[in-house]
Design a protein around this ligand. Structure first.
Ligand code: HEM
Length: 627
């Protein structure tokens, strides 16, 4: 049975949506016309200006050799010549499955570093060389390679002042306060909640299976398209497993992130739980399916002197802003209630309770609550200097950051794992044998037992290696620099080879997480194959062990900007996967091709069913009779 924890109750609130009604005032036609024409003219002149820049870059690269990267390997372009000056290689890269275009470029250029072209022929350096990447991401260098201005603006608008968009000293300060909340002891204390929600998901899926009498013309289950209902069979429905996993991970991050019960799995067939859950999901969904005009707008508004573009009317931006404001009001209530709760706790502990050491002792004693509670307590410690503390806007930013970073990522990782296991019955059998031997007749086990399951650990690492939810991330250079490389590359003019690459202030870099996970220098010739047994200590290649990559992969990045929630994510994923594999078989529908697409995270789309949007439809059957 799913029981709700009593400490969740005080935060069950409704969003204070307000509606104002004002009498309509008719506007003269010329005002209406200028409202439309001025922004269009402004954008057109900006585009003409940028095309001029594009032309200059083309001339500097191909006619007068002045381009800084003219001698660096560059991939060929085989698409339409008309779109190349505007979108560069991006149209080719976005058309191919994530990572594939770059793997092909690396092969074509024979180099783990090359320069390709993005919007308006801007150069972007691609670095797949592990030594080079570890240099950029290192403690010493990471703050000289922040996220590019357009990514930061986008994250700022979406999440407020949280750790995901913070840079430099602000990030250092935020990370110091936030990181202790993700300690081993807190994740250990979250493990029963991971089980609670995973088992809730198991019950919900069982019910969906029981409700399926056979094929139907129209969808009859939540997260099911009409295509899926038509191919469902009695006791074997086809539905989007991502829809249900998303609900489950939302409930998990709600409870463990900030002590909030979204009741997302409870709202069975539609919606995302209560108002706050729906608003957050709508806010984050607004980031997917960006149109070219949206990308252009984000790109333009970060160019020097073009900040005014942010103020132009945009339905998507207005909706996002309204959702953010609604969420902000709800989040403020959570923060205020928590502050009162923590003050009481601290007062009860007396003098000892006000210091950081008392806080650390408390976490070690396994009394952890949720991430926000822990962050706020760390923030209220008496020995934290005033200039090190987070203000309310920053606390709110952490909430949205935990939500965005911690919800879709694990849900996506789990969907791809089920997709992959559907064609690897031998792996499923081994997993079940281990699960049965460890779980016995129990529904859930402890954190230590989960962490000691060797085969589950191998499968988890291999899933993280083969299906990184964040396939790449971007950085920019704050100053000119020389990045050392592990493998040299030949200069294009044939004048020699180099084992370092010069980068220039304000230029962009791309860090290809998935490509590095598939790197042959690290994993050898079987790098592209799915094989959990490669992680057994006796099989792990020395090249992976000596790579210097954290856990030998780049899925969670590395260094001070690596995923702070990595431990949380790994244990959550293991628990979810063990519960689902134990109870269900997942199969692909014959003839349906699920293509991976890079949104903020890796999503799936079925060829020919694009109008359904992102989905991961699988046929689900009960795997064992429940006692
Ligand atoms: C499979 C699951 C996950 C994956 C693959 C993943 C991956 C990543 C990656 C690649 C980054 C760096 C992004 C960049 O700088 O461009 C990141 C950052 C972050 N992640 Fe995760 N993540 C996962 C789950 C989680 C969870 C469950 C949480 C929280 C509960 C979380 C919280 C964060 C935060 C707060 C950051 C920003 C860290 C900083 O900039 O200091 N992540 N994650």
């Amino acid at each position: 049975m799913v029981s709700s924890s009593p400490f969740l109750a005080p935060y069950s609130i409704s969003l204070p949506f307000t509606s104002y009604s004002t009498p309509p005032v008719p506007l003269p036609a010329f005002v209406l016309l200028s409202l439309v024409a001025i922004p269009i003219l402004a954008i057109l002149s900006a585009v003409v200006f940028l095309l001029g820049g594009s032309l200059k870059r083309i001339i500097f690269l191909h006619v007068i050799p002045l381009d800084e990267y003219r001698n660096i390997p560059r991939p060929r372009y085989t698409g339409s010549l008309w779109s190349f000056p505007i979108f560069g290689h991006l149209s080719q890269i976005r058309k191919a499955p994530p990572a594939e275009a770059h793997l092909a470029y690396a092969e074509e250029t024979g180099s783990w570093v090359y320069c390709y072209r993005t919007m308006f022929y801007h150069p972007r350096l691609w670095i797949g060389d592990v030594k080079g990447l570890l240099y950029i991401l290192s403690q010493q260098q990471a703050y000289d390679y922040p996220k590019p201005g357009d990514s930061r603006k986008f994250l700022d608008e979406l999440l407020g002042k949280g750790i995901l968009s913070a840079e430099g000293d602000i990030h250092r300060r935020q990370r110091r306060v936030v990181a202790p909340a993700f300690s081993v002891s807190s994740v250990r204390s979250f493990t029963p909640s991971f089980f609670k929600h995973s088992l809730h998901l198991v019950r919900v899926i069982e019910e969906l299976i029981d409700r399926t009498e056979g094929p139907a013309e129209k969808s009859f289950l939540g997260g099911q398209s009409d295509y899926a209902s038509k191919v469902s069979r009695k006791g074997e429905p086809v539905f989007d497993v991502g829809f249900w996993l998303g609900k489950c991970t939302l409930d998990i991050i709600g409870e463990n992130g900030f002590g909030y019960d979204f009741k997302s799995l409870e709202s069975k067939d539609s919606g995302d739980g209560d108002d706050l859950g729906s608003t957050l999901n709508a806010l984050f969904s607004s980031t997917s399916g960006l149109k070219v005009t949206d990308i252009l707008r984000i790109f333009l508004q970060t160019r020097p002197g073009m900040g005014w573009i942010r103020k132009l009317p945009s339905k998507r931006a207005d909706n996002r802003r309204n959702m953010y404001l609604a969420m902000e009001r709800a989040a403020q209530k959570i923060i205020s209630a928590k502050r009162e709760e923590i003050k009481k706790e601290m007062a009860a502990l007396g003098e000892k309770g006000l210091s950081k050491s008392a806080f650390d002792e408390d976490i070690d004693g396994g009394k952890a609550k949720d991430l926000l509670h822990l962050t706020m307590r760390a923030n209220m410690a008496s020995d934290l200097r005033a200039n090190e503390k987070l203000d309310d806007d920053e606390l709110l930013g952490q909430m949205t950051s935990f939500m965005l970073a911690g919800h879709e990522t694990t849900s996506t990782q789990t969907q791809w794992a089920l997709y992959c296991l559907s064609t690897h019955p031998e792996v499923v059998s081994k997993m079940r044998a281990e699960i049965e031997s460890v779980f016995g007749d129990q529904e859930e086990i402890s954190y230590d037992e989960v962490q000691n399951m060797q085969y589950l650990d191998c499968v988890t690492k291999e899933m993280h290696r083969c299906y990184a939810p964040v396939t790449s991330t971007a950085r920019m250079c704050l100053k000119d620099d020389v990045i050392p490389l592990g493998k040299s590359y030949a200069l294009r003019d044939g004048s020699g080879t180099f084992d370092s690459v010069r980068v220039f202030k304000n230029q962009d870099l791309i860090i290809p997480l998935q490509v590095v996970n598939f790197s042959e220098p690290v994993w050898g010739p079987t790098a592209r194959e799915f094989d959990p047994s490669r992680w057994l200590p006796e099989n792990l290649p020395a090249s992976a062990r000596d790579s210097g990559l954290p856990m030998h992969i780049l899925t969670f990045l590395s260094g001070p900007r690596s995923c702070v929630g990595q431990r949380f994510a790994i244990v959550e994923f293991k628990v979810l996967l063990a519960c689902l594999v134990r109870n269900f078989d997942f199969e692909r529908v014959e003839g349906w091709n699920i293509e991976p697409k890079q949104e903020i995270v890796l999503r799936g789309v079925v060829t020919g069913q694009e109008k359904v949007g992102m989905q991961m439809p699988l046929r689900v059957k009960k795997a064992r009779a429940r006692t």
